[in-house]
Structures are given as structure tokens and as C-alpha cells.
Design a protein around this ligand. Structure first.
Ligand SMILES: *Cc1c(COP(=O)(O)O)cnc(C)c1O
Length: 364
């Protein structure tokens, strides 16, 4: 499928050719147990914690987009936990100091030896004794980027594996495995499922041995997704190309409007030609997405903005149909109290820009 465009791959990924009379759109397989047969033969499935046909269909679709072997998990954090379990115990784990906060908290909980570095300094980070380097690019919520190919070359020379949290970029926006990374982890709760109704994650790697260990970690640890959630996410993936296109167009228009408004400062969206992250991002990303950030005066100004807006929901998470905004300091991110991560949804661009401009005017 690699020769086809993003839309075609999203619509057809993980689909199989149905026989005559078989469903074109098979539903989720909800069985926890599968028939073993009377003898010693065994089919592809036997127990719902080890495998499920609904999982395999979405794993084939995401793995096809990312260029590796995909394992689904019950959440993005469960995928990151499996990454730490399989790759993080033989040395130091280098994590972004400005990335998703729970990844750092989990590494500490697991007793891993952790070193942190800001995303923009990852290319020069101390890799002595490192077993695993985790990148998050673009980072969440700062939207800084780092050069995946350059860090991967250095990390491999130092004997470390490289994992990229690709949640913000999406499988269409960036292919870290082609840039030299060993593993991709992501939360499919965000843009892949895309409708705000599913919690899901995955890990993808080109290394068959590592893929098997990640799969074993899922079977033994039991952080398995429900087939219904996986089916919903696969349905969501079918429109990822379309949603991303609108979200990126909305983010571009909002970033431009925010920059021109006196109430907002520090507007960051890597797709803007003069954004500090643009050059590296344009080199390694295939397309943009709807996540941007800006800073208002203080906590109260963010409250005024949210109350005055009609379409911007106050909510965490991102990548959904509805535009949403999250004041990140409330979660403990080391950012200004007025920093807002905004996830542009699929509303009409003109409606959204008008709404956000009006809400910014209310901030004075
Ligand atoms: C949301 C998120 C996660 C965690 O994923 P869940 O599905 O919520 O467990 C990990 N990394 C990033 C960058 C995220 O945005």
C-alpha cells in the first residue's frame, strides 16, 4: 500500500477482501474465547488477552502506515509502560524534560534510571550509559521539535535504542522508523481514533524480536484494549487524512490570527514558516496537524477566553472533531500559567477564526 496516497491508505488499511456474502464492514469480534478444536490443532486465536482479529486489522493498518509491526495497547501509557519494561531496564533512559508529564512519572515509579533533556537539546544530550532515548517531537505541550535522524545516529553509536512518541504528529504526519528510530509509541486516544470516545495506544517497531517482546509484555501485563474500542478507532482512522487536512488548515489560520492579536504571545505552530521549529519539522514531517500553543496573560485571562468562546471547549486531550483548549499548568507542566495548548478541530475555518478572535478581544 506504500505507493498509494494517505487517504487511500487510511480507508483501505487493515481491510481484507471479503468472500461473496461476507460483510464488507465486519464488526468487532467480542468473544473472549475461541474454539480450540478436538485435537492438537490451533487457530490464530484462542484467548482474548493474547489476540483478537479486530486488533490485528487495526494493527495491520497502523503498522502499514508506520512501516513496522504494530502492537495495540489499552492506552498510550500502557504502550509506554511496555516500552520501558522491554527497553528501559538495561541502562539509563533519556527522556524529554518538556514532554508528556506522565511518561517521566511512570519511569520514576518503575525505578528506572532517568536522565532528562529539553527537546531542543536532545541532539547534544549526554547519552553515556543510555539504553533507551525517548523523543517526543513535536513535544507536548511546547511544540518544540528535534532531529530524529541525527539523534538516532548518535544514540545507535552509543549503543542505545531510540523511541519516538509520535502522538502529536500522527502516523500520517511523521514516520520515525524511516528516519532511524527503533520504536514508535503513541496514544491513539488523540487524532487516530479522533472522535473523543476511545482510549487506546500502540507501539510499532521494525525489529521482529523486539515486537515479540512488546507483544509478550502486553499478554502478560494484560493492558489489552477492548475489541469495541479498537473497532471504533479503526473506523476513526478511515477519515484521519480528511480530518488532519481540516485541522491543519484551521491551526494555520488560528496561529496567524493569534499572532496578530495583542492578547496572545508565544504563538507556536511548527507549520508557520518562521516558527523556530519549522526548518527541522519541515524536513522530517510529511504534513502538519491541528495542535498549537499560545500564552495569555494569566490563569484568569484563559478563563475569560474559554468563557467567551462558543466553539473552543475547555478540555484536555487533542486531535478530536471539536476544537479544544487546555491550560497546561494545571497538570503540573513546567510552563507559564497562561499557556494554552489548543487542538484545532474540524469546524469551518471562518467560524472558528471569528470565534477565537472574539474570545481574545474579551481578554482585553
Ligand atoms: C495523551 C498522550 C499520552 C498518553 O496516552 P493515553 O492514551 O492518554 O494513555 C502519551 N504521550 C502523549 C504525547 C500524549 O499526548
Amino acid at each position: 500500500m506504500t505507493a498509494f496516497g494517505d487517504g487511500t491508505r487510511c480507508v483501505h488499511g487493515g481491510g481484507s477482501a471479503p468472500g461473496v456474502g461476507e460483510p464488507l464492514h465486519p464488526g468487532p469480534v467480542l468473544s473472549s474465547t475461541f474454539a480450540l478444536g478436538a485435537g492438537t490443532e490451533q487457530g490464530p486465536d484462542f484467548y482474548g488477552r493474547a489476540g483478537n482479529p479486530t486488533w490485528r486489522a487495526l494493527e495491520a493498518a497502523i503498522g502499514g502506515l508506520e512501516g513496522g509491526e504494530c502492537t495495540l495497547f489499552a492506552s498510550g501509557m500502557a504502550a509506554i509502560a511496555a516500552l520501558f519494561q522491554t527497553c528501559g531496564r538495561d541502562g539509563t533512559v533519556v527522556l524529554p524534560s518538556d514532554g508528556y508529564y506522565l511518561a517521566r512519572a511512570l519511569a520514576a515509579d518503575l525505578g528506572l534510571t532517568v536522565r532528562t533533556a529539553p527537546t531542543t537539546a536532545m541532539a547534544d544530550a549526554d547519552l553515556g550509559g543510555a539504553a533507551l532515548v525517548v523523543l517526543e517531537t513535536p513535544s507536548n505541550p511546547g511544540l518544540d521539535v528535534c532531529d530524529i535522524a541525527a539523534v538516532s545516529a548518535r544514540a545507535h553509536a552509543a549503543g542505545a535504542l531510540v523511541a519516538v512518541d509520535n502522538t502529536t504528529a500522527t502516523p500520517l504526519g511523521q514516520r520515525p522508523l524511516e528516519l532511524g528510530a527503533d520504536v514508535v509509541v503513541a496514544s491513539d486516544t488523540k487524532a487516530v481514533a479522533g472522535h473523543g470516545d476511545v482510549v487506546l495506544g500502540h507501539a510499532t517497531t521494525t525489529d521482529a524480536g523486539l515486537a515479540a517482546r512488546i507483544r509478550d509484555a502486553r499478554t502478560r501485563g494484560g493492558a489489552v484494549p477492548g475489541p469495541m474500542e479498537v473497532w471504533l478507532a479503526h473506523r476513526g482512522l478511515g477519515t484521519l487524512d480528511l480530518r488532519l487536512e481540516r485541522q491543519a488548515a484551521n491551526a494555520r489560520a488560528l496561529a496567524s490570527a493569534l499572532r496578530m492579536h495583542p492578547a496572545a504571545r508565544d504563538v507556536r505552530w511548527p507549520g508557520l514558516a518562521d516558527d523556530p521549529a519549522h526548518e527541522v519539522a519541515a524536513r522530517q514531517m510529511r504534513r502538519w496537524n491541528g495542535v498549537l500553543r499560545f500564552t495569555l496573560r494569566d490563569t484568569a485571562a484563559v478563563g475569560t477566553f474559554l468563557a467567551a468562546s462558543r466553539f473552543v471547549e475547555s478540555a484536555t486531550s487533542f486531535g478530536g472533531l471539536r476544537t479544544s483548549a487546555d491550560r497546561r499548568e494545571r497538570w503540573g507542566d513546567d510552563v507559564a500559567p497562561g499557556l494554552v495548548r489548543l487542538s484545532a478541530g474540524c469546524e469551518d475555518t471562518a467560524d472558528l477564526v471569528d470565534d477565537v478572535r472574539g474570545a481574545l478581544d474579551a481578554c482585553g
